[in-house]
Write a protein of this length. Structure first.
Length: 172
């Protein structure tokens, strides 16, 4: 990249980890790709019932991006796009998952920059991937957040690793 040295130097001057900024930026671009491919809801709802939905979606993605997409990446992108356009309803947390959470997870705010505990704060059970974005009420998607951190997070998605395997894509 042309400006990578400048980016690294400026990041270092500000005491910011350049890799974490780049990870965040890449995550934003990946989410933007999902959002862009979700624009035509009518078309997506029309093809999702067809047996060749993935092939139709792949054609559209490849024409849009000018890259050849492998099967695993296109299926994951399709699932993320469909999840983003579906209506989601919160299911109750099962007793088993609730018990598992209280047994296995320390009762403190899961946000690393916070970490506060009761009785200093009120704790909430948070859905890591919000239910409004397709997250489940299962143990693997639950964490403790203090009231302040949970209300600030609202229904925003947490930054995650890039799931698109970029090395598998090939330019047309």
């Amino acid at each position: 990249m042309k400006n990578i040295k400048e980016f690294e130097t400026l990041s270092r001057l500000l005491g910011i980890d350049a890799d974490s900024v780049m990870d965040h930026f890449n995550w934003c671009l990946q989410e933007h790709l999902v959002s862009t491919m979700s624009d035509d809801r009518n078309w997506l709802n029309e093809i999702r019932t067809k047996p060749n939905a993935i092939a139709l979606f792949k054609d559209r993605v490849q024409n849009r991006t000018k890259y050849i997409w492998d099967h695993a990446n296109i299926v994951r992108l399709y699932e993320e796009v469909i999840r983003s356009i579906d209506d989601h309803y919160r299911k109750p947390i099962s007793y088993d998952d609730l018990l598992r959470l209280f047994t296995n997870v320390e009762l403190k705010c899961a946000k690393p920059s916070c970490g506060r505990r009761p009785p200093d704060v009120v704790m909430h059970i948070d859905h890591i991937l919000p239910t409004s974005k397709g997250g489940s009420s299962k143990y693997d998607n639950l964490q403790f957040l203090c009231q302040e951190c949970n209300l600030r997070k609202s229904n925003k998605k947490e930054i995650s690793k890039i799931w698109i395997k970029l090395e598998s894509l090939q330019l047309f």
